[in-house]
Design a protein around this ligand. Structure first.
Ligand code: NAD
Length: 482
């Protein structure tokens, strides 16, 4: 067997191992085998990355917008030229199928970086205020300085790009902290971008949250933080940054309702609430996954029948094979988290309508028996207070609940500490418009799901703030007496 490839951090334009040489194993979740090693960074690596980003800030922030835009377009070119390799690394690292990483995620990223390039100029636009003769007020938009993007494992290149491209477009320098479970694609992207970005403008430091993330968060030389992650991490970051306060953007979890009204086109709604929303290529490991399916009673039995039929047709298998419908759960810890809810649902008295098997029992390929497999699983209950209805499972597990009236659907949908997204399936434009208003979520999709429109921002425990060019600037008030 060949030795797993070892990846490096990117600090000040140089590939570097962790200062103390420690590494973390990167496990292929489809097999359970170690396939790569990544740096296990600590306080020294955090300090080095902050110093490099700080040193690079004056020159980068003073570049004319057109010059920054030119560089960001080169980044888009590098991503496009290396898209297949990055997609394969991500698929091997977190189990999202190659159909999605190569077919959807990577093409979208070149587009995102080009968009950020196009918005460089708007980052410098301020307002002017007329104070009367001889007096003028104006606002200047300025970058924050050094920004820190902390990213999760479920969609590394996308979250890396959303946190780096807009921040760089606005003139900030950036540190990306990838998740320990799936850092490889981010580290490789950092390595590739050495060719086009000046040293220190973008830094990538991998390691555990408590070991390298925490010192980055506490640093007085980090001026803004954007986290995509769990509510628990958001709480830790909020506390840790209290002594050196800085703006936070927190893009957190969800328990999204997907509401099917009796007048909906069921041919669209059935795949819409299953393969589009929760039984996805990456096994439902999506922040806005539609994990609660609310179905109006006249179509409840029919929807349950259709959802079961779709779930039964999903093929679990090697995520790097184009024929695979659903990949594994990212890690052993996360697998145990998800499977614990399979037991919880049964214990709580929900009806197990389909699925429920996990590990080797869920996969018929012996070569993948060591992987972290969970079948698409459907529970049914009328009790939205159950833990499986309230807590984020972050796997291919959906709970189906019946409702009678529109008011009841709204009450059930909003009965959650989360408020990230919601889906609505109806032919009635009046219903759709009322749902836009009534649902306490950052996004509402009607007759579709997972069609992301920025800003992707949550309410309640799903967080606040988002990534965009303007969000990476602050507005300075300037007044002049002439
Ligand atoms: P997580 O919160 O465990 O980890 C996210 C990142 O935070 C990792 O890089 C981790 O190392 C880092 N981290 C952990 N503790 C830290 C600390 N004390 N200081 C600094 N950094 C720290 O989340 P996860 O398990 O990787 O991802 C799953 C979660 O992310 C789910 O809750 C999911 O809903 C959420 N998510 C949200 C969105 C969104 O856009 N709203 C998108 C994807 C995932």
């Amino acid at each position: 067997m060949t030795e797993p490839h070892e990846y490096s951090n990117l600090i000040g334009g140089e590939p570097r191992p962790a200062a103390d040489g420690r590494t973390l194993d990167s496990v292929n979740p489809a097999t359970g085998e170690v396939w790569a090693r990544v740096p296990r960074g600590g306080a020294a690596d955090a300090a080095a990355a902050v110093a490099a980003a700080r040193a690079a800030f004056p020159a980068w922030s003073r570049l004319p917008a057109a010059a920054r835009a030119h560089t960001l377009r080169k980044v888009a070119g590098v991503i496009a030229a290396n898209a297949r390799e990055l997609a394969e690394l991500e698929t091997r690292d977190n189990g999202r199928t190659i159909n999605e990483t190569a077919g959807r995620d990577l093409p979208g990223m070149a587009y995102l970086w080009n968009n950020a390039a196009a918005e460089c100029a708007s980052a410098a636009e301020g307002r002017s205020v007329d104070f009367g003769p001889g007096s003028l007020g104006l606002t200047r938009r300025e970058p924050y300085g050094v920004t820190l993007g902390i990213i999760p494992w479920n969609s590394p290149i996308s979250t890396f790009s959303a946190k780096a491209a807009f921040a760089l477009a606005a003139g900030n320098t950036v540190i990306i902290k990838p998740a320990e479970q799936a850092a490889v694609s981010s580290l490789r992207l950092g390595e590739l971008l050495r060719e086009v970005l000046p040293p220190g403008v973008l830094n990538v430091v991998s390691g555990l949250g408590e070991e390298v993330g925490d010192p980055l968060v506490r640093s007085r030389d980090v001026d803004k933080i954007s986290l995509t992650g769990s509510v628990g991490t958001a709480r830790a970051i909020t506390r840790a940054s209290a002594d050196a306060p800085k703006p936070l953007a927190l893009e957190l979890g969800g328990k999204s309702p997907n509401i099917v009204f009796a007048d909906a086109d069921l041919d669209k709604a059935a795949p819409g609430v299953t393969t589009q929303a929760i039984f996805t290529a990456n096994a439902g490991q999506i922040c806005y996954g539609g994990s609660r399916v609310l179905v109006q009673r006249p179509v409840y039995d029919e929807m349950l029948r259709r959802m079961t039929e779709i779930a039964a047709g999903i093929r679990l298998g090697d995520p790097s094979s184009p024929g695979t419908g659903m990949g594994p759960i990212v890690s052993r810890d996360q697998f145990e988290h998800v499977t614990s809810y399979l037991e919880t649902g049964v214990k709580e008295g929900a009806e197990l309508v389909f699925g429920g098997r996990s590990g080797a029992a869920a996969i018929d390929d012996p070569a993948l028996a060591g992987g972290y497999w969970v079948e698409p699983t459907l529970f049914a209950t009328a009790d939205n207070s159950l833990r499986i209805c309230q807590e984020e499972i972050f796997g291919p597990v959906a709970v189906v609940l019946p409702f009678d009236t529109e008011e009841e659907a709204v009450a059930l949908a909003n009965d959650s500490v989360y408020g990230l997204a919601a889906g609505v399936w109806t032919r009635d434009l009046g219903t759709a418009q009322r749902m836009f208003r009534e649902l306490e979520t950052g996004t509402v999709w009607v007759n579709t799901f997972r069609k992301v429109l920025f800003p992707l921002e949550g309410v309640k425990d799903s967080g606040y703030g988002h990534d965009s060019v303007l969000a990476y600037t602050r507005e300075k008030a300037c007044v002049i007496e002439i």
